[in-house]
Design a binder for this molecule. Structure first.
Ligand code: FPP
Length: 240
Protein backbone atom coordinates (compact mmCIF):
# COMPACT_ATOMS: atom_id res chain seq x y z
CA UNK A 1 0.00 0.00 0.00
CA UNK A 2 1.33 3.44 -0.84
CA UNK A 3 1.41 6.28 1.69
CA UNK A 4 -1.12 8.10 -0.46
CA UNK A 5 -3.56 5.21 0.05
CA UNK A 6 -2.81 4.99 3.77
CA UNK A 7 -3.68 8.65 4.46
CA UNK A 8 -7.00 9.35 6.20
CA UNK A 9 -8.53 11.97 3.89
CA UNK A 10 -10.86 13.15 6.65
CA UNK A 11 -7.97 14.23 8.92
CA UNK A 12 -5.63 16.09 6.61
CA UNK A 13 -3.40 18.87 7.92
CA UNK A 14 -4.93 22.13 6.74
CA UNK A 15 -1.57 23.87 6.36
CA UNK A 16 1.83 22.29 5.60
CA UNK A 17 5.00 24.41 5.72
CA UNK A 18 8.29 23.21 4.23
CA UNK A 19 11.91 24.24 4.74
CA UNK A 20 13.34 23.08 1.41
CA UNK A 21 16.94 22.27 2.28
CA UNK A 22 19.86 20.37 0.76
CA UNK A 23 19.96 21.73 -2.80
CA UNK A 24 23.63 22.67 -2.47
CA UNK A 25 24.65 19.32 -0.98
CA UNK A 26 22.65 17.42 -3.60
CA UNK A 27 24.58 19.27 -6.33
CA UNK A 28 27.96 18.88 -4.62
CA UNK A 29 27.51 15.11 -4.25
CA UNK A 30 27.09 14.94 -8.02
CA UNK A 31 29.94 17.33 -8.85
CA UNK A 32 27.57 20.07 -10.09
CA UNK A 33 27.38 23.77 -9.35
CA UNK A 34 24.99 24.72 -6.48
CA UNK A 35 22.55 26.31 -8.92
CA UNK A 36 21.95 22.90 -10.55
CA UNK A 37 20.65 21.82 -7.14
CA UNK A 38 18.22 24.74 -7.10
CA UNK A 39 17.13 23.95 -10.68
CA UNK A 40 16.36 20.38 -9.67
CA UNK A 41 14.63 21.75 -6.58
CA UNK A 42 12.09 23.36 -8.89
CA UNK A 43 10.98 19.86 -9.99
CA UNK A 44 10.33 19.04 -6.32
CA UNK A 45 8.36 22.28 -5.87
CA UNK A 46 6.15 21.30 -8.81
CA UNK A 47 5.69 17.71 -7.56
CA UNK A 48 4.95 18.80 -3.98
CA UNK A 49 2.45 21.47 -5.07
CA UNK A 50 0.71 18.96 -7.32
CA UNK A 51 0.68 16.34 -4.55
CA UNK A 52 -0.77 18.80 -2.03
CA UNK A 53 -3.47 19.96 -4.48
CA UNK A 54 -4.36 16.37 -5.46
CA UNK A 55 -5.06 15.31 -1.91
CA UNK A 56 -6.88 18.50 -0.88
CA UNK A 57 -4.42 20.44 1.31
CA UNK A 58 -5.61 24.04 1.74
CA UNK A 59 -2.29 25.85 2.41
CA UNK A 60 1.27 24.95 1.41
CA UNK A 61 4.04 27.34 2.51
CA UNK A 62 7.51 26.99 0.98
CA UNK A 63 10.59 28.71 2.41
CA UNK A 64 12.05 29.78 -0.94
CA UNK A 65 14.43 32.59 0.08
CA UNK A 66 15.35 33.75 3.55
CA UNK A 67 16.49 37.20 4.68
CA UNK A 68 19.85 35.51 5.43
CA UNK A 69 20.08 34.17 1.84
CA UNK A 70 20.84 37.76 0.66
CA UNK A 71 24.28 37.15 2.23
CA UNK A 72 25.18 34.36 -0.23
CA UNK A 73 27.53 35.03 -3.19
CA UNK A 74 26.02 37.49 -5.67
CA UNK A 75 26.02 34.96 -8.51
CA UNK A 76 24.01 32.46 -6.44
CA UNK A 77 21.56 35.16 -5.25
CA UNK A 78 21.04 36.42 -8.82
CA UNK A 79 20.61 32.90 -10.22
CA UNK A 80 18.19 31.95 -7.44
CA UNK A 81 16.08 35.10 -7.94
CA UNK A 82 15.92 34.52 -11.68
CA UNK A 83 14.97 30.89 -11.18
CA UNK A 84 12.24 31.79 -8.69
CA UNK A 85 10.69 34.49 -10.81
CA UNK A 86 10.99 32.63 -14.13
CA UNK A 87 9.42 29.54 -12.58
CA UNK A 88 6.52 31.54 -11.16
CA UNK A 89 5.99 33.31 -14.48
CA UNK A 90 6.13 30.07 -16.47
CA UNK A 91 3.90 28.16 -14.07
CA UNK A 92 1.13 30.79 -13.74
CA UNK A 93 -1.11 29.15 -16.42
CA UNK A 94 -0.72 25.76 -14.67
CA UNK A 95 -1.53 27.34 -11.30
CA UNK A 96 -4.68 28.81 -12.84
CA UNK A 97 -5.63 25.53 -14.50
CA UNK A 98 -5.38 23.81 -11.11
CA UNK A 99 -7.21 26.55 -9.19
CA UNK A 100 -4.05 27.35 -7.13
CA UNK A 101 -3.76 30.81 -5.58
CA UNK A 102 -0.27 32.23 -5.06
CA UNK A 103 0.44 34.23 -1.90
CA UNK A 104 3.74 35.61 -0.57
CA UNK A 105 5.13 36.48 2.83
CA UNK A 106 8.36 38.38 3.44
CA UNK A 107 10.12 41.64 2.70
CA UNK A 108 9.28 41.87 -1.00
CA UNK A 109 10.57 45.45 -1.08
CA UNK A 110 14.09 43.97 -1.15
CA UNK A 111 13.44 42.09 -4.39
CA UNK A 112 14.91 43.55 -7.60
CA UNK A 113 12.25 45.69 -9.33
CA UNK A 114 11.73 43.34 -12.29
CA UNK A 115 11.32 40.33 -10.01
CA UNK A 116 8.85 42.14 -7.75
CA UNK A 117 6.74 43.15 -10.79
CA UNK A 118 6.57 39.61 -12.17
CA UNK A 119 5.69 38.26 -8.75
CA UNK A 120 2.94 40.89 -8.31
CA UNK A 121 1.47 39.91 -11.69
CA UNK A 122 1.27 36.23 -10.70
CA UNK A 123 -0.33 37.16 -7.37
CA UNK A 124 -2.90 39.21 -9.26
CA UNK A 125 -3.52 36.59 -11.98
CA UNK A 126 -4.21 33.81 -9.47
CA UNK A 127 -6.02 35.90 -6.81
CA UNK A 128 -9.46 34.52 -7.71
CA UNK A 129 -8.50 30.83 -7.36
CA UNK A 130 -10.17 28.92 -4.55
CA UNK A 131 -8.22 25.63 -4.32
CA UNK A 132 -4.77 25.27 -2.76
CA UNK A 133 -3.09 28.46 -1.52
CA UNK A 134 0.62 28.24 -2.33
CA UNK A 135 2.45 30.61 0.00
CA UNK A 136 6.01 31.52 -1.00
CA UNK A 137 8.22 32.87 1.79
CA UNK A 138 10.49 35.24 -0.10
CA UNK A 139 13.10 37.42 1.54
CA UNK A 140 11.42 36.19 4.70
CA UNK A 141 12.61 35.75 8.24
CA UNK A 142 10.48 35.40 11.30
CA UNK A 143 12.43 37.93 13.38
CA UNK A 144 12.04 40.50 10.57
CA UNK A 145 8.29 39.79 10.49
CA UNK A 146 7.87 40.02 14.29
CA UNK A 147 9.98 43.20 14.47
CA UNK A 148 7.74 44.74 11.82
CA UNK A 149 4.62 43.75 13.74
CA UNK A 150 6.01 45.33 16.93
CA UNK A 151 6.71 48.59 15.04
CA UNK A 152 3.16 48.69 13.62
CA UNK A 153 1.62 48.01 17.03
CA UNK A 154 3.78 50.75 18.64
CA UNK A 155 2.60 53.21 15.98
CA UNK A 156 -1.03 52.39 16.77
CA UNK A 157 -0.39 52.86 20.49
CA UNK A 158 1.42 56.14 19.82
CA UNK A 159 -1.49 57.39 17.69
CA UNK A 160 -3.94 56.51 20.46
CA UNK A 161 -5.66 53.84 18.32
CA UNK A 162 -4.67 50.96 20.59
CA UNK A 163 -4.42 50.60 24.37
CA UNK A 164 -1.40 48.50 25.53
CA UNK A 165 -3.78 46.53 27.78
CA UNK A 166 -5.63 45.38 24.65
CA UNK A 167 -2.53 43.81 23.04
CA UNK A 168 -3.25 40.07 22.90
CA UNK A 169 -1.73 37.16 20.97
CA UNK A 170 -4.51 37.69 18.42
CA UNK A 171 -3.52 41.33 17.94
CA UNK A 172 0.07 40.24 17.30
CA UNK A 173 -1.06 37.53 14.82
CA UNK A 174 -3.06 40.15 12.93
CA UNK A 175 0.10 42.21 12.39
CA UNK A 176 2.14 39.37 10.91
CA UNK A 177 2.49 38.71 7.16
CA UNK A 178 0.54 35.49 7.75
CA UNK A 179 -2.55 37.34 9.07
CA UNK A 180 -4.87 35.70 6.51
CA UNK A 181 -3.32 32.22 6.84
CA UNK A 182 -3.98 29.63 9.58
CA UNK A 183 -0.95 28.40 11.59
CA UNK A 184 0.80 25.36 10.07
CA UNK A 185 -0.29 21.94 11.35
CA UNK A 186 2.83 20.25 9.99
CA UNK A 187 6.35 21.54 9.32
CA UNK A 188 8.67 19.48 7.11
CA UNK A 189 12.41 20.09 6.85
CA UNK A 190 14.47 18.13 4.34
CA UNK A 191 18.19 17.21 4.26
CA UNK A 192 18.55 16.00 7.85
CA UNK A 193 19.06 19.42 9.50
CA UNK A 194 17.22 19.72 12.84
CA UNK A 195 16.65 23.48 13.00
CA UNK A 196 13.86 26.02 12.46
CA UNK A 197 16.21 28.66 10.96
CA UNK A 198 14.14 31.79 11.63
CA UNK A 199 11.02 30.39 9.93
CA UNK A 200 7.48 31.10 11.26
CA UNK A 201 8.67 31.18 14.90
CA UNK A 202 5.37 32.59 16.21
CA UNK A 203 3.15 30.46 13.98
CA UNK A 204 4.87 27.12 14.77
CA UNK A 205 3.89 27.19 18.48
CA UNK A 206 1.80 23.98 18.23
CA UNK A 207 2.95 22.65 14.86
CA UNK A 208 4.06 19.03 14.49
CA UNK A 209 7.67 18.87 13.26
CA UNK A 210 8.86 16.30 10.72
CA UNK A 211 12.47 15.92 9.63
CA UNK A 212 13.65 13.76 6.74
CA UNK A 213 17.16 13.00 5.44
CA UNK A 214 15.99 13.30 1.83
CA UNK A 215 17.59 16.30 0.09
CA UNK A 216 15.04 18.71 -1.42
CA UNK A 217 15.83 17.90 -5.11
CA UNK A 218 14.96 14.23 -4.37
CA UNK A 219 11.68 15.03 -2.56
CA UNK A 220 8.70 13.51 -4.40
CA UNK A 221 4.96 13.06 -3.90
CA UNK A 222 5.33 9.90 -1.81
CA UNK A 223 7.74 11.76 0.53
CA UNK A 224 5.01 14.34 1.19
CA UNK A 225 2.39 11.63 1.71
CA UNK A 226 4.73 9.79 4.11
CA UNK A 227 5.07 12.98 6.18
CA UNK A 228 1.28 13.42 6.25
CA UNK A 229 0.82 9.78 7.27
CA UNK A 230 3.40 10.23 10.05
CA UNK A 231 1.56 13.39 11.21
CA UNK A 232 -1.69 11.41 11.41
CA UNK A 233 -0.14 8.90 13.81
CA UNK A 234 0.49 11.64 16.39
CA UNK A 235 -1.74 12.89 19.16
CA UNK A 236 -2.02 16.69 19.23
CA UNK A 237 -2.89 18.15 22.60
CA UNK A 238 -2.13 21.86 22.10
CA UNK A 239 -0.68 22.00 25.61
CA UNK A 240 -3.84 20.58 27.22
C1 FPP B 1 18.09 25.34 0.35
O1 FPP B 1 19.17 24.60 -0.14
C2 FPP B 1 17.26 25.90 -0.70
C3 FPP B 1 17.13 27.22 -1.01
C4 FPP B 1 17.86 28.27 -0.29
C5 FPP B 1 16.30 27.69 -2.12
C6 FPP B 1 15.06 26.93 -2.50
C7 FPP B 1 14.71 27.31 -3.84
C8 FPP B 1 14.26 26.51 -4.81
C9 FPP B 1 13.98 25.07 -4.65
C10 FPP B 1 14.08 27.10 -6.15
C11 FPP B 1 12.71 27.27 -6.68
C12 FPP B 1 11.62 27.60 -5.78
C13 FPP B 1 10.38 27.97 -6.19
C14 FPP B 1 9.35 28.23 -5.15
C15 FPP B 1 10.00 28.12 -7.59
P1 FPP B 1 20.64 25.06 0.25
O2 FPP B 1 21.16 25.85 -0.91
O3 FPP B 1 20.63 25.75 1.55
O4 FPP B 1 21.33 23.66 0.33
P2 FPP B 1 22.58 23.24 1.25
O5 FPP B 1 22.15 23.42 2.66
O6 FPP B 1 22.77 21.81 0.87
O7 FPP B 1 23.72 24.13 0.85
Amino acid sequence: MTYKEKIDKARLPQHIAIIMDGNGRWAKERGFDRIVGHQNGVVSVRETTEAAAEIGIKYLTLYAFSTENWGRKKEEVDALMELLVDTIEKETPTLNKNNVRLLTIGDLKRLPEGAAKKMAKCLDDTAGNTGLSLVLALSYSSRWEITNAVKEICEEVKDGKLNPDDITADVISRHLDTKSIPDPDLLIRTSGELRISNFLLWQLAYTELYFTDVNWPDFRKENLYEAIYNFQQRERRFGK
